[in-house]
Design a binder for this molecule. Structure first.
Ligand SMILES: C[S@@+](CC[C@H](N)C(=O)[O-])C[C@H]1O[C@@H](n2cnc3c(N)ncnc32)[C@H](O)[C@@H]1O
Ligand code: SF4
Length: 435
């Protein structure tokens, strides 16, 4: 019985009660979008700080077989029955040094993507070079073929640092590369710098930043060094007593970078990447997909994919990769399904890596309010000056940008930080136990 003695509701709960609204057909059935990452594992030299999967001194024959296998892996993607037919908003050729491939090879890979996927009309197509691999004819052809963003790893404008880190280029190469890029018509151009490095002083770092700013390109990335096992740097620092600048000096280098870049009109597009809004629309659309954990499909050796709850990486060895593709076998190596709780943590940490996490986006994606999940953590971080509440967004402050690890750590749970068990492999954190 319900209400007055004469009234009652005869409720029949046939199923879960939905609420519908009238919706536009095209909007309701719109194609989900994704970004593509393509790993090109070739370099002229192996830099002493670098941990990426790269092969040096490779012969043209191996590169060509790799490109053929890569195109085949791309063509096979729609055979996977689990994923919808994505529209591709951004394609990123990373490495390694994709610029070491010929223009024809890079364009062939791009054309394979175009034939295999539906591609957004304003797709961003980004490619990485080292300064020595930049040739006028190559960059002209890539620009004409629809590549829209070019990134070049300069790292430092100091000849000694370049030599001591085993970079493939010197200062003359930088000058030649800059001239070629300017003539090519690319306007969305990024240069990478890195700090601290062994032997890098504040003065040299400041000089490199000023010279990078002077080039007038649209984006500058100042990467904080990560020291990974199996690199020469790790060996020198952990076993041979080489010392990086102290942590306070590293923070001073970060502040120098943020201050000089902002004074020159650059705005942050991530914790380390800056862009000039008068020269380009954004820092990098692909990196928005990557950091905001929107669908990302990886192709090539060691590439990582993150599509909904599916997280997986490809095998690292190039010969195994080519053999498996030739024999029509999968190239999947490690994989995991992300739980909802892991996805929520990932969205917070990675979103803050690009500066902000939107409260309405969070609610739309997870069906709960960000503050109901993380109210206490967010309030504590705001109180300590690491985060700011800006209405619909939680954003990183300058202190948060400088001490970002202190922020990410608060969103991890113990299991995220515990060592891998059994046959597990752990990605994502580099740790140096220093005495
Ligand atoms: C794939 S590389 C870019 C293209 C090209 N291979 C090059 O080095 O010029 C991407 C960037 O990652 C950065 N990087 C490489 N190893 C790093 C490390 N251990 N810590 C931080 N950044 C790193 C470098 O600044 C490099 O430019
Ligand atoms: S930093 Fe770039 S050039 Fe150097 S080894 Fe790594 S990917 Fe290759």
């Amino acid at each position: 019985m319900d209400g007055s003695p004469e009234q009652y509701i005869r409720r029949n709960i046939h199923t879960y009660p939905f609420k519908y609204t009238y919706t536009n057909y095209t909007e309701f059935f719109r194609r989900p979008s994704a970004a593509i990452y393509i790993h090109i594992p070739f370099c002229s030299t192996k830099c002493h700080f670098c941990d990426y999967t790269v092969y040096v001194n490779t012969k043209e024959d191996l590169r060509e077989r790799y490109v053929t296998a890569l195109c085949e892996e791309i063509r096979r993607f729609p055979d996977n029955p689990v994923f919808p037919r994505f529209e591709i908003a951004a394609i990123y050729f990373g490495g390694g040094t994709p610029g070491l491939l010929s223009a024809e090879q890079l364009i062939r890979i791009l054309d394979t993507c175009r034939r295999t996927f539906s591609i957004a009309p304003d797709v961003e197509v980004a490619v990485e070079f080292d300064p020595r691999s930049i040739e006028q004819d190559k960059v002209d052809r890539l620009h004409d073929a629809g590549f829209t963003r070019l990134s070049m790893g300069i790292q430092s404008f100091d000849e000694t640092i370049l030599r001591d880190t085993n970079r493939p280029h010197n200062l003359d190469d930088i000058d030649r590369a800059v001239m070629a890029i300017r003539r090519s018509g690319f306007t969305h151009v990024n240069v990478d710098l890195i700090y601290p490095l062994l032997g890098l002083t504040q003065d040299v770092w400041k000089d490199s930043l000023l010279r990078a700013i002077d080039l007038g390109f649209s984006c500058i990335t100042a990467y904080p060094l990560e020291v990974w096992e199996n690199t020469a740097y790790h060996n020198w620092i952990m076993k041979k007593g080489h010392a990086l600048p102290a942590i306070g000096e590293e923070k001073a280098m970060a502040e120098t970078a943020f201050n000089l870049l902002e004074a020159a009109g650059y705005v942050p597009g991530s914790t380390s990447g800056y862009y000039r809004a008068d020269l380009c629309e954004r820092y990098c659309l692909f990196l928005d997909y990557y950091w905001r954990t929107w669908p990302m499909i990886g192709f090539g050796v060691s590439s990582k994919s993150a599509i909904r709850e599916f997280m997986y990486t490809n095998i690292r060895n190039i010969r195994d990769y080519i053999d498996n593709i030739d024999a029509n076998r999968p190239v999947l190596d490690f994989s995991t399904y992300l739980t909802k709780e892991q996805e929520i943590r990932r969205v917070m940490i990675r979103g803050l890596k690009v500066g902000t996490v939107g409260k309405s986006d969070f609610k739309a994606r997870f069906g709960v309010h960000m503050r109901d999940v993380y109210g206490d953590t967010i309030d504590a971080l705001i109180g300590e000056g690491y985060l700011a509440d800006k209405g619909d967004e939680i954003s990183l402050t300058r202190k948060g940008q400088l001490y970002s690890n202190a922020v990410w750590e608060r969103f991890y749970v113990e299991d995220d930080l515990s060592p891998p068990k059994g046959d597990e492999v752990k990605f994502g954190i580099s740790e140096l136990v220093m005495s």
